[in-house]
Design a protein around this ligand. Structure first.
Ligand SMILES: Cc1cc2nc3c(=O)[nH]c(=O)nc-3n(C[C@H](O)[C@H](O)[C@H](O)COP(=O)(O)OP(=O)(O)OC[C@H]3O[C@@H](n4cnc5c(N)ncnc54)[C@H](O)[C@@H]3O)c2cc1C
Length: 480
């Protein structure tokens, strides 16, 4: 093993962005990735059947950012492979399709008239409450009900959020709303919907996407870093982090069943912060480890199916806030870029949001595939005899769980880790931050920049802009 003293844990978007930026400044790094494939949560999986290649991202990955510099960077990396994709995203609620992000005018028109009246009354009542008493907002439910009224909120956000998170919205932190939908209320949405088109809003907007799937961005970053002498080692799990005197001094890792040690000048970590504090040597205080144990994640079971049909849906992806079906979302990769499936066939990725211990997690793959096909048949998407092949993938720690008390427990971890001047925690689980790729990329770039400039930049404010995620959730944003 060569001695590259800047060590990066994880070859996902954050870790590779750090390696990429260091490489741009001719600084080598050693990236250690525990899995056999790079990309982290933004991987593109490849399956072969009958001589055809099928690609799918591990869940829909639309890139968007407020930061034009990130688009420029990716454009440089991908060249003509960075293409514009038209998006059609809908949600199926109680058997009817509705636009996503929600179009309140369309929603009110299409629900039962009594429900529409109740939605409007709830909204008026909520607005009056907001204006007259400005009640305290603690939970995500408080936020949604206050800004949309209960029925509209239920229709638009609460159902689906509970399906993703697996806990009631009354236990989800209002700060999550702060990230996703801050400053938004029903007035804004109606106004935007009307202003935008002067009539019914178009469901289609567009976004940039790599022709070969989202991982292409990270493949290119890895290629560039390697071309400048960095090493990206796969199937290497970091198992111990040695420290002393306010510095990280070494790491230990396992590769091919053997343990190895490496001295550290700087450590950039995108591994889950909750795992990181548990492999410290000497160990972190018991209260920090306890806090780490109490921070949870939502996991996923994903089912990828090759289907004997040239097309299955018209959508890039579809949400299912209500049950049935029991999965929460499906995407058809071919609708992202046509060559992600062969011409005469298509494929679907169905996502279940679960906890690792759930029944579905332990169900044999054949039964999960059968259940998924059955539900897809119920939706009218395919017939069982059109299934050519299916695969199941279980993924841990897809979403950090921002419940109402997570923040003060997380502060215990970050407070203790602050003593290490050569440690940079970056990315989604690395910072326990419910983020998108752009946040991970920016934290990786900035951590590397700190090493380049010899001055530790503050990563805390990345992704905290008021308008960061919300427009993407509620109505189309401008993109680039
Ligand atoms: C279902 C889903 C849909 C999403 N959709 C979008 C979207 O539409 N748009 C968007 O912008 N973002 C989306 N995201 C978010 C996006 O995937 C993440 O923001 C991003 O991938 C996080 O990158 P990261 O590098 O911070 O973390 P990760 O991708 O989690 O990478 C961390 C890496 O560290 C490795 N690792 C962990 N422990 C160790 C260890 N001990 N030793 C060595 N390596 C280790 C892991 O294997 C992993 O590869 C979505 C996420 C999910 C789950």
């Amino acid at each position: 093993m060569i001695h590259l003293k800047h060590i990066i844990i994880g070859a996902g978007p954050a870790g590779l962005s750090a390696a990429y930026n260091l490489a741009r400044h001719d600084i080598g790094s050693l990236v250690l990735e525990k899995e056999s494939q790079i990309g982290g949560l933004a991987k593109t999986l490849e399956y072969e059947l009958d001589g055809g290649t099928y690609r799918t991202d591990t869940g829909p990955h639309r890139f968007f950012s407020q930061n034009p510099a990130l688009y420029k960077l990716i454009e440089e990396l991908l060249g003509p492979d960075w293409v514009v994709v038209d998006r059609l995203t809908r949600q199926l609620i109680d058997g009817k399709y509705f636009n996503y992000p929600v179009d309140i005018v369309q929603a009110l028109r299409n629900v039962n008239p009594f429900v529409a009246i109740k939605m409007m009354l709830d909204f008026v009542q909520a607005t009056a409450r907001k204006v007259l008493s400005n009640p305290k907002v603690v939970t995500f439910e408080d936020f949604v009900v206050l800004n949309f009224g209960r029925r509209l909120g239920q229709f638009n956000m609460l159902n689906y959020t509970e399906k993703i998170w697996g806990i009631p919205c009354s236990r989800i932190a209002a700060s999550w709303a702060g990230q996703r939908i801050k400053g938004m209320n029903a007035f804004d949405i109606v106004k935007k919907a009307l202003l935008k088109s002067g009539g019914p809003r178009s469901m289609v907007d567009s976004f940039y996407y790599p022709k070969r799937g989202i991982q292409e961005i990270y493949d290119k970053m890895a290629e560039f870093a390697a071309s400048k002498g960095s090493r990206i080692e796969k199937e290497v799990a970091v198992t111990r982090i040695v420290h002393g005197g306010g510095l990280i001094t070494a790491i230990e890792y396992e590769q091919g069943g053997k343990a190895a040690k490496e001295a550290v000048q700087n450590l950039i970590s995108s591994m889950p912060i909750t795992d990181l504090v548990k492999i410290m040597d000497p160990p972190a205080p018991a209260s920090v480890v306890e806090a780490a144990d109490s921070l949870g994640y939502r996991d996923q079971v994903q089912v990828f199916l090759i289907v004997d049909k040239p097309h299955i849906t018209k959508d890039t992806w579809i949400y299912f806030p209500t049950t049935p079906p029991t999965f929460g979302r499906v995407m058809e990769p071919k609708n992202w870029y046509p060559t992600l499936s062969p011409r005469n066939r298509s494929s679907l990725l169905a996502e279940y949001f679960v906890f690792k211990g759930d029944k579905l997690w332990f169900m044999p793959d054949e039964l999960i595939i059968k259940k998924t096909v059955h539900e897809l048949e119920w939706l009218g998407f395919m017939k069982p005899n059109q299934l050519l092949k299916g695969w199941v993938r279980r993924h841990e720690k897809s979403y950090p769980m921002w419940d109402i008390t997570y923040k003060h427990r997380l502060d215990k971890l970050t407070g203790w880790l602050k003593q290490f001047s050569n440690l940079y925690c970056i990315g989604r689980n690395g910072r326990y931050f419910y983020n998108n790729q752009d946040h991970s990329i920016e934290t990786g770039l900035l951590a590397a920049q700190s090493i380049v400039d010899g001055k530790k930049y503050d990563l805390d404010n990345i992704g905290m802009e008021n308008t960061y995620f919300e427009a993407g959730m509620l109505y189309a944003r401008g993109g680039k």
